[in-house]
Design a protein around this ligand. Structure first.
Ligand SMILES: Cc1cc2nc3c(=O)[nH]c(=O)nc-3n(C[C@H](O)[C@H](O)[C@H](O)COP(=O)(O)OP(=O)(O)OC[C@H]3O[C@@H](n4cnc5c(N)ncnc54)[C@H](O)[C@@H]3O)c2cc1C
Length: 380
């Protein structure tokens, strides 16, 4: 019997491999990188001893009880509240925009009701259904807050005018009229005590799973696999035959400091004349640990060049046209399923990719048992 081949050892690939192996299949997992964990990879820094989020800060948050219970099987999780600050050049403010931000920014002492009335007077009432990110922001928080917190930051992060971006990008950020400065609304928010890579290692620890690192996908591997589950980039799978899907890439500059450098895990820098988007001080992602020294990374964003790692799917109008062509090709597959952030070309949080990997495993196993067509994508 040929094994099932899972391409990618991030959360998508690892969870799917585990479910298939648990159902009795032999599963081979490959990854082009020399480590497991995908973009959630964490590693101990030699110079400081700090646990580093190698590919940017990853905060696990979910409202999905099944996913929460699932990840808790594979490690100890520590409660964590993500409190993000924004340096606008004229002060350091709390994000997402909340009562403290509003009072500090406008020099007021508003109650929640007063702040609500004030912001609604600031908001642009002439905008009906916002057509883009900028209109959404103007309708939502008004010009002053938009320009201080969102306009330049968005330009740096996405490399284009906020008017070219979809309104849906901003809908993700809450606006609060109380002093709650928790970045997320999810009821469960936590970080793994030993880091994400240790969790993924335990997920992959099953006698039915074989992991091979530093092994890029090649079409020839299809011959030796009963089915391929691909969590790499959809356009890469087809050799970019229909064009390239747009992604932003990010990269980090590393610094070592003594003591506490910035007093918190994440500070966004919202001005255009500061070239980085945010500064991360990794020891604050593990407040249960003590370290005399500190590892700090400055995050930058740019357009993805041919050899760059794709991080954030842009999903602009032109990308949708290209995506439709790849979806049409994928729809004709019978021995391949695509999954995860890159395989489905969507920005997905960790809890979502885990939920989708569990769902894909279930639907694939059920279809195979019933001799029905195998699913090409996870159910949305
Ligand atoms: C900067 C940043 C910050 C984020 N912060 C958060 C957060 O705070 N909270 C949250 O919930 N989510 C966050 N996310 C999202 C999170 O990273 C994803 O949900 C998660 O990584 C998706 O898992 P995945 O397995 O689908 O993809 P990945 O983690 O990208 O794993 C895919 C794997 O496939 C491998 N691969 C790709 N192509 C090939 C190939 N051709 N051959 C072999 N191997 C290949 C890659 O090397 C990689 O290891 C963040 C994402 C980014 C970019």
């Amino acid at each position: 019997m040929k094994p099932l081949l899972v391409v990618g050892a991030g959360f998508s690939g690892a969870v799917l491999a585990r479910e298939l192996a648990t159902a009795g299949h032999a599963v081979q997992v490959i990854d082009s990188r020399d480590h497991i964990g995908g973009n959630c990879h964490t590693q101990r820094d030699g110079a400081t001893g700090v646990l580093v989020h190698t590919y940017g800060p990853h905060i696990f948050h979910t409202a999905n009880a099944e996913v929460q219970a699932y990840v808790q099987r594979f490690g100890e999780w520590m409660p964590f509240v993500n409190r993000v600050k924004a340096d606008t050049g004229s002060g350091v403010f709390s994000l997402p925009v909340n009562l403290h931000t509003i009072n500090q920014f406008f020099g007021k002492t508003f109650t929640p009701a007063e702040a609500r009335a004030f912001i609604s007077a600031q908001a642009d009432a002439s905008i009906g259904e916002p057509a883009n990110f900028e209109e959404q922001a103007l309708k939502f928080v008004g010009r002053d807050l938009y320009e201080a917190f969102f306009r330049d930051y968005t330009f740096k992060q996405w490399g284009c005018d906020p008017r070219e971006l979809p309104a849906s990008l901003l809908r993700r950020l809450p606006l609060r009229f109380d002093y709650n400065d928790n970045y997320y609304d999810s009821p469960w928010q936590a970080l793994p005590r030993e880091g994400y890579t240790a969790v993924v290692a335990r997920i992959l620890e099953h006698p039915g799973i074989r992991v091979q690192l530093s092994t890029p996908w090649e079409p020839a591997l299809r011959r030796d696999a009963a089915h391929v589950f691909f969590s790499g980039a959809l356009d890469q799978f087809y050799g970019f035959s229909e064009g390239r899907l747009g992604y932003r890439t990010v990269w980090w500059e590393r610094e070592v400091h003594e003591g506490d450098h910035q007093g918190g895990a994440v500070i966004n820098h919202t001005r255009l004349n500061v070239p980085w988007t945010r500064v991360l001080e990794h020891k604050h992602f593990a407040p249960w640990e003590t370290h005399a020294r500190s590892l700090v990374t400055r995050e930058y964003s740019r357009e993805t060049a041919v050899h760059d790692t794709p991080y954030y799917p842009k999903r602009l109008a032109a990308d949708h046209l290209v995506l439709q062509r790849y979806l049409a090709l994928a729809g004709q597959e019978s021995g391949v399923s695509f999954m995860g952030r890159l395989g489905t070309y969507r920005y997905l949080d960790m809890d979502r990719v885990i939920a989708e990997a569990l769902a894909l495993a279930r639907s694939w196993l059920a279809a195979r048992a019933d001799r029905k067509p195998l699913p090409v994508f996870p159910a949305p």
